[in-house]
Design a protein around this ligand. Structure first.
Ligand code: ADP
Ligand code: ZN
Length: 620
């Protein structure tokens, strides 16, 4: 009997149904077609090439730049009974020979290879031989946006992957990425010679991620409060702009009882590997990272992604936040930003390039546009998700109901007079001072700097008593975001008037502003129960179930340590939660849990069911 794709999904992976475009892509590839697949992180790209590799004759070759993760990926596949291996520079020569031999003999379903490895003549010769012998089922090119010279992850080796098209015509190829950008899409199709392939674009919405933005006041304190209130003992990533900040933030969190580690390009490769390893293997660890961290991390239970500095672009931001909640359970994308971030990013944009290699004006303009879009996102008074998806060309007809502006719609007020005060103060002080000084003048401060410049003599001195400094900062930020004020391009933070200032100053334009508050927005506060338990279950989770869930997690932790794999490779939280709620005590019932296939039942069923049985007995 021939197996169908759905059979494999049910029995090997233990999932009841395909999601989104998965079934279509699987059919297309199995039938020998080429394709480009765009799907958000966590969308489920892997089964799209893994199942066709099982259905077709021969071995599926997966090209991936993520050497550090190959071992875990291969371990996870072996646990569900697939014959998988990898070839990269971390293997000993003996292991390389063994893997090559398995491939020649047709004893592998999937082989993961780093691009530079694949392009070596030795590997290509091996693939030639395999094609003539046991066969090549397909090529999957993961993280395909690395072929884009404009993108932030460009890898020159990717450009040479077009050799697969000329050398192995007839072997289907699937390029996968989570980057949606039109330009990247075109570059992938061209550079990988996927001309006639189909393009599958998955929806980019990640409804389980809650988006929120808070105005920056004391960022580390704000982060700590957020983590204490919402993410007790949860794993997450905190993105920072500089290496120094990753270290300071990690130290601060650790001092305050939240275990956190830094990760940035300035650390040794070994230290980076260790920290990444711990993040994957331990429960509830926080990583404070620059953007160098996270690509391809498929840890499914990252419960939050926090940004304590403003990201450079909406694309980058969406990709980074997409690393939260891949298991579909509730997760947070939390961003804390202030005017200083904008000053900083302006400066970086201005100084990118060097004397030898000046950055062209086009590139600089693009960076500014990206920053403007990011600012627009931060200051929006409507649904944040609608804006994010619109940015990627997707229309969300209704407000999402799961972002901060939907949950606690911001109050707006007539800010015309406040704006006029700021603009006129900027004009009278000569358009060269930063927000802090302007606010000091408005609030009537008598500090040394103000006296030295004679700004205590200005008519705008002291006219802004109605707001505190926090509220004034909010006004300035909104004026900058709306282009009514500009920051000096040199990156000193000086504020200048723009063409859009005049109508406001002259009272021709009314301005509505949002009233920022420092208090926390609607908190989800999940009582004592973890997200996994409450997500799929409306009603009180009883104490027995909650205790059982904890015990199941402990068993998983022991098993993971015994086998040297990350806990989620054994079972996802979602599967453990289903186990705690349904309390299966027979193989049949156990197999019905989402995420349990035949191999995992065989391997782990009894051990987990023992725990369920003893909990049942104790509960009487
Ligand atoms: P991507 O590579 O697109 O980021 P993955 O392939 O790692 O995503 O899949 C994300 C998660 O979703 C994985 O934990 C995977 O096991 C799970 N998953 C994939 N397809 C399905 C499905 N049809 N039903 C349930 N879970 C799925
Ligand atoms: Zn919303």
């Amino acid at each position: 009997m021939t197996r169908t794709a759905l059979d494999i999904l049910n029995t090997v992976y233990g999932y009841p149904a395909f999601r989104g475009h998965q079934a279509e892509v699987v059919d297309h590839l199995t039938a020998g077609g080429d394709a480009l697949l765009l799907m958000p992180t966590g969308g489920g790209k892997s089964v799209c090439y893994q199942i066709p590799a099982l259905l077709r004759e021969g071995t599926g070759i997966v090209v991936s730049p993520l050497i550090a993760l190959m071992q875990d990926q291969v371990d996870a596949l072996r646990l569900i009974g697939l014959r998988a291996a990898f070839l990269n520079s971390t293997l000993s020569l003996d292991d390389v020979r063994l893997t090559e031999e398995l491939l020649r003999r047709g004893e592998l379903d999937l082989l993961y290879v780093a691009p530079e490895r694949l392009l070596q003549e030795r590997t290509l010769a091996l693939l030639d031989e395999t094609r003539e012998g046991s066969g090549l089922a397909l090529f999957a090119i993961d993280e395909a946006h690395c072929v884009s010279q404009w993108g932030h992850d460009f890898r020159p080796e990717y450009l040479q992957l077009d050799v697969l098209a000329s050398r192995y015509p007839g072997v289907p190829r699937l390029a996968c990425t989570a980057t949606a950008d039109e330009r990247t899409r075109v570059e992938i199709l061209e550079n990988l010679k996927l001309g006639t392939g189909r393009v599958f674009v998955g929806g980019f919405d990640r409804p389980n991620i809650r988006y929120s933005v808070v105005p920056k006041d004391n960022p580390r304190r704000q982060l700590l409060d957020f983590l204490r209130d919402e993410h007790d003992r949860d794993a997450g990533i905190v993105y920072c702009l500089s290496r120094k900040r990753t270290e300071e933030t990690a130290a601060f969190l650790s001092q305050n009882g939240i275990e956190a580690l830094p990760y940035h390009a300035g650390m040794t490769a070994d230290a980076r590997r260790r920290h990444q390893e711990r993040f994957l293997r331990e429960d509830g660890l926080v990583i404070c990272a620059t953007i160098a961290f996270g690509m391809g991390i498929d840890k499914p239970d990252v419960r939050f992604v926090a940004h304590v500095d403003l990201p450079k672009s909406v694309e980058g931001y969406y990709q980074e936040t997409g690393r939260a909640g891949r298991d579909g359970l509730p997760a947070d994308a939390w961003l804390c930003y202030g005017l200083q971030d904008v000053v900083m990013l302006n400066k970086i944009a201005e100084n990118s390039g060097s004397d030898d290699q000046p950055v062209d004006e086009m590139h600089r303009r693009r960076q500014r546009q990206q920053l403007d879009a990011m600012l627009g996102y931060c200051e929006i008074v409507d649904c944040r998700r609608q804006m994010l998806l619109a940015y990627f060309g997707e229309d969300l007809p209704e407000p999402c109901g799961n972002c901060d502006t939907c949950l606690a719609p911001p109050e707006t007020y007539d800010g015309t007079v406040a704006a006029q005060k700021v603009l006129s103060c900027v004009a009278r002080t000569g358009q060269r001072f930063g927000a802090q000084h302007i606010i000091d003048v408005l609030r009537g401060s008598e500090n040394e700097r103000i006296r030295r410049f004679g700004h205590d003599q200005l008519p705008t001195h002291g006219v802004g008593q109605e707001f505190d400094a926090f509220a004034w900062r909010s006004v300035v930020r909104q004026l900058v975001a709306q282009g009514i004020l500009a920051l000096d391009p040199e990156g000193f933070g000086g504020l200048k008037l723009t063409a859009a200032s005049r109508p406001v100053l002259q009272g021709e334009r009314e301005l509505r502003l949002r009233r920022d508050v420092l208090t926390k927005t609607a908190s989800r506060r999940r009582a004592a129960s973890p997200a996994a338990l409450t997500a799929d279950f409306d009603g009180e989770v009883d104490a027995v179930t909650a205790a059982l869930f904890d015990r199941l997690r402990a068993v998983r932790k022991d098993l993971a340590a015994e086998q040297g794999v990350p806990p989620y490779v054994i079972f996802h939280d979602k599967t453990l939660a289903a186990m705690a709620l349904h309390k299966p005590t027979s193989g049949e019932a156990f197999l019905r849990l989402s995420g349990v296939g035949e191999k995992k039942l065989e391997r782990y069923g009894e051990r987990f069911m023992d725990v369920v049985r003893s909990a049942e007995t104790e509960a009487g």
